[in-house]
Design a protein around this ligand. Sequence first.
Ligand code: HEM
Length: 326
Amino acid sequence: MSPLSLLFLLLATTTASAPLRPGFYSETCPEAESIVRQVMKKAMAREPRSIASVMRFQFHDCFVNGCDASLLLDDTPTMLGEKLALSNINSLRSFEVIDEVKEALEKVCPGTVSCADIIIMAARDAVALSGGPNWEVRLGRKDSFTASQEDSNNIMPSPRANASYLIDLFSQFNLSVKDLVALSGSHSIGQGRCFSIMFRLYNQSGSGKPDPALEPKYRERLDMLCPLGGDENVTGDLDATPQTFDNQYFKDLVAGRGFLNSDETLFTFSQTRDYVRLFSKNQGKFFKAFVEGMLKMGDLQSGRPGEVRINCRVPNSRPVDVLLEY
Ligand code: HEM
């Protein structure tokens, strides 16, 4: 059995174990949601991209052993965490925004709000603050004691992935083809590195040629941004309006202007194309499907025991002398 099937089994048998609900902190920390929103607003004013970067955490956390903030744990001498996993290294950023949220929450209601719930609230806020939909999130998650670089490596998809691979991957998390397309619409905000698109600009599928799905003018622009032999940490916008959460991403895909291969493939592949077309024409339907997808993804849980971490980067139970080494 593959690690992914194993994980799915685990999730499928345990998702009902921790009841998540709206208003989970209404008694214990009534200001929790407004505090998260305020810190996200400040982060956005300081650096607009940072809220997109934080929004991405929900995907990278929830797909790897459920939404348990395992992603936020720093490596230790005995644990290789997820921050340096293939899809995350030199790529995930703005962890300090979560630290700031956590510090603000600890001042008002110490030891109460989990880091896993902070990720879920912050992702929702990133979307709402960028002009996208606002929705009520279900809360009550616990933080993991550990993280797994190996699981992240095995699970998180590459930017080279095609739609058929992605459909299969998402289905293992009970997410439909519609969920996949809608959730990919999160690339309506934020940026990606040249590193993630070099193959499709210069050697798609080992052909020595660019991806034929790339619209020529857009490809010229990307070639200038990401020349062969250039700095692959240079970043480009994931759609034409990277600070606004809207359906421009889908309009771009229809026009052959998707940044990642995993984006454009949603239009070139017949099973996903109709949803791309629908969302490109109807923003309301995109927003509705996106919210449904985020709620479903946010419900993924491993069923393992957990805690409410005081510092999102370290489990509470680690002895103080180990903490002091860092
Ligand atoms: C469908 C499969 C997906 C793949 C293959 C994928 C892959 C990627 C890649 C390669 C990048 C750029 C990373 C870099 O170059 O450093 C990126 C950025 C991003 N992804 Fe995804 N992603 C997927 C789905 C999602 C989902 C479901 C979400 C959230 C719900 C999401 C949110 C984001 C955001 C917001 C950014 C921009 C981050 C920033 O500006 O720092 N992605 N993704």
